[in-house]
Design a protein around this ligand. Sequence first.
Ligand code: HEM
Length: 344
Amino acid sequence: MNSQSASAFNRSAIVAPLLALLYPFFLQGFNETIGTFLSKGLYANPVSWIFAVFFLASALAVPLVAFAFAVKFSKIAKPTDDDRRAKGIALLAVATPPIFTFIGVLFYMAGVSMFDKWLVTFFWLALIGSLVWPRKKAVIRCQNPVSPKPIAAHGISALFIIIFFLLLHISNHLFGLTGPAAQMAVMKTLRIFYRSTNIEPILVVFFLFQIASGIYLIQKNIDRPGDSFRTFQIASGVYLVFFLMSHMNAVFIFARTFMGIDSDWNFATGAPTGLLKDPWNIRLVPLYLFAVFFALMHSLSGMRFALLKQGFSKTILNRLVVIGSIFSAGIAILISLGMCGWHV
Ligand code: HEM
């Protein structure tokens, strides 16, 4: 595109924020239709099945479609300001589930829970407005190379988190499939380690560093064109930044400080009502599903970049990422089923 030409409004840029705007309403639709089965029986109203599947699929599609648009805008070789904005907003829309949950918890604590949906609606409307607002000139952004040092620090800290916490934490949640008692028994054992007075502060510092260095890397990379792998690395990073802010606020501030309750499995699964029946808790289903998937895949795809630099075969590494994504999706689905009350 000519850097001096008048900026033409790219209609496809509004798809991701529009879907993000509709996300709370898709969840509401799913909660209301699934509520019919749970109260009246699975075969009470077969037509509701179609609606339930439609609403759930639409909610889950929001981060995925947003990612597809982020890839599309990332592939533009010489991005203009408009392309950059469209890409940034699509990346933000990938993080729709944690953004909605984070705002939901903050509004709950402020006692204005009923307005969370409307704040996010306004937020996405404002971003759509920023995309359609006519601008005179489109300017090509300069490239923004990143020095390897922050990437290495981000990777080393991630390795520490994965080995000493994340793998244990995710394996712990898999026990939810055998029932809450087993999950809690394993959590109590793991807590002796990760909630000890020596380990927990170190872990929190590492997570805060991960968020800060992640934001730095996203900001440095956002202007650069890139392939699907690079865009996935940034998009999953954006999701994890918002997820970690939301999750740590929920655990440390909301549960342990504000409510004065144990941040255990009952808390995470919204017991006694559960995740599916409650109109507020329903947002936790996509939140956790994508959190597990993105946490595993962000790490794996980060390793792919590191190994590529070491001269490993691109074909083999790409195959590993595909296998890894099927495996990660399987783990994420199993944990989510366990959290929704499905037990083996
Ligand atoms: C299904 C997904 C997840 C669920 C249900 C979940 C749930 C929980 C619960 C219940 C706690 C409190 C633990 C306790 O009190 O001992 C917790 C803590 C925490 N989670 Fe998660 N989590 C999930 C995924 C993740 C992921 C993907 C990350 C990181 C990327 C993460 C990071 C953390 C951190 C940093 C803490 C605080 C640990 C501490 O107490 O020191 N969680 N989570």
